[in-house]
Design a protein around this ligand. Sequence first.
Ligand SMILES: [Zn+2]
Length: 77
Amino acid sequence: MPKTEDVFTKLAELETLRKQAVRALLKDRRAVDRHLAKLGHAGGVAVRKAAKRFCSICGKSGHNSRTCPLAKVKKSA
Ligand SMILES: [Zn+2]
């Protein structure tokens, strides 16, 4: 059985490695996105942003609360 302190030390080391790996991958992704943009493929970035954002009024993606069709209906009513 490993000592509890050793486990915590290992976990901290793993967390550091994890963060380093994430940073490296994000850096790679930015480079890939730049290359894709140079090749005329800018869709990947836009698609990812659209997929993450959801309208706060109706909960659908593809628009925000300002451009929500439901918001227009509420204002005119
Ligand atoms: Zn909406």
